[in-house]
Ligand binder design. Structure first.
Ligand SMILES: NC(=O)C1=CN([C@@H]2O[C@H](COP(=O)(O)OP(=O)(O)OC[C@H]3O[C@@H](n4cnc5c(N)ncnc54)[C@H](O)[C@@H]3O)[C@@H](O)[C@H]2O)[C@@H](O)CC1
Ligand SMILES: Nc1ncnc2c1ncn2[C@@H]1O[C@H](COP(=O)(O)OP(=O)(O)OP(=O)(O)O)[C@@H](O)[C@H]1O
Length: 330
């Protein structure tokens, strides 16, 4: 059974189609131990509203989030940009992009707001990056990273340093390819990790021969072997958030348009929401839910204006309004 969040959550996607912005499965409510007699929708919406820190003058730069994005290669400069700018526009104070040398100037030219360190493929990359890691609250690995063995070797060592520092991780795109090849790299990781596969990446991650069961069933063996605090956020026509043997579905919003970069936005927003959640000892699932909601609603709003010509940049322009609608305490 699916429930819509609020009457306010109905938006017009185009002249003929109206869709609910927020809908939740019963399993979601069970996962969060909700009392069925209460207004369940409001309870969950309130949890995501509690994530954002207050906008007061006594907070210093950096407190709202210092996020590291590991990605950006000769081929892919857009993906790390989409992630990083989304992380910043959702509300992180500082975002650092660690990329290959060829990608550095290109990403810098997209945005003066991002701190871009083109050192990922340089000699002594890990030694150069290590001092930066201690500033970070959350590390996002993968958007536009590429799949070179030399890059994966650096990422393996970076994850080792993050492990020692107990840094929360979000792993997406090419980062998931690496984890699929070497899952032990995140085994018994001492801090929360969120993996954000699309349909293809999910199959690679949990194994193509894990059957026709639900995503929850298909991922259980993989998650049991990993141990630690791993959440899988499966991106699809309905997103599904899997952790602790439970599953949460997020639907509504979205559109018929699947232009590249939407998943990168999700990874970037999740990194900021995850920092806020962990700071307040809120479960990572709530951060995942917020990131799905934000991405899907940005998609719906941008599509309503741009239709077929909508791209990720149009979605980025919608972040403020979607944030106001869903995540600000009124
Ligand atoms: N402007 C950019 O720089 C962009 C770079 N990107 C980067 O490009 C690299 C490769 O990413 P890809 O996503 O192409 O990864 P893959 O090379 O693994 O390709 C995924 C494939 O799965 C297919 N697929 C996705 N969802 C599906 C579904 N529901 N059913 C059936 N097939 C489905 C896609 O059509 C695609 O062919 C990553 O590093 C990524 O971050 C992308 O994020 C897009 C934007
Ligand atoms: N069929 C669909 N209908 C509506 N929304 C969808 C659909 N498929 C994916 N989404 C949403 O689009 C967002 C990105 O998912 P997608 O599968 O495009 O990720 P991706 O392939 O990693 O993206 P990227 O192009 O950034 O690499 C997610 O928030 C997801 O919920």
């Amino acid at each position: 059974m699916l429930l819509s969040l609020t009457s306010k959550s109905l938006i017009k996607v185009n002249r003929t189609r109206v869709c609910t912005i927020s809908a939740f499965s019963k399993s979601f409510f069970r996962a969060f131990g909700s009392n069925m007699s209460q207004s369940l929708e409001n309870q969950i919406a309130e949890k995501t509203k509690q994530l954002a820190p207050p906008l007061t003058n006594d907070r210093h730069k950096g407190q709202a989030g210092r996020i590291g994005v590991f990605g950006g290669s000769l081929e892919f400069t857009g993906a790390p940009y989409y992630s990083a700018i989304t992380s910043l526009k959702v509300g992180a104070d500082l975002v650092y992009v660690f990329c290959a040398k060829e990608a550095g100037l290109v990403i810098k030219s997209y945005s003066p707001e991002l701190i871009v360190l083109p050192i990922l493929d340089q000699p002594n990359a890990v030694q150069q990056i290590e001092p930066w890691l201690k500033r970070l609250h959350v590390v996002l690995i993968g958007p536009g990273l590429g799949r070179l063995p030399s890059t994966f070797a650096v990422i393996e060592r970076i994850i080792g340093v993050c492990r020692n520092k107990k840094l929360p991780l979000v792993i997406d795109a090419d980062g998931l390819i690496f984890v699929s090849q070497k899952p032990d790299v995140i085994k018994d990781y001492p801090a929360p990790i969120v993996l954000t596969p699309n349909v293809m990446e999910f199959g690679r991650l949990v194994g193509q021969n894990t059957g026709d069961g639900t995503k929850l069933e298909r991922s259980s063996c993989f998650l049991n072997k990993l141990g630690g605090q791993v959440t899988i956020l499966c991106k699809d026509h309905e997103d599904e958030i899997i952790s602790n043997g439970k599953s949460v579905k997020v639907s509504g919003g979205g559109s018929g348009r699947r232009s590249g970069g939407q998943g990168d936005m999700l990874g970037g927003s999740l990194s900021t929401f995850l920092h806020w959640a962990l700071e307040k000892q809120v479960e990572p699932n709530i951060a995942c839910f917020a990131a799905c909601r934000l991405t899907r609603d940005c998609n719906a709003r941008a599509f309503a204006k741009q239709g077929r010509s909508m791209t990720a940049v149009d979605m980025i322009h919608e972040i403020h309004d979607v944030f106001e609608e869903n995540f600000e305490l009124k």
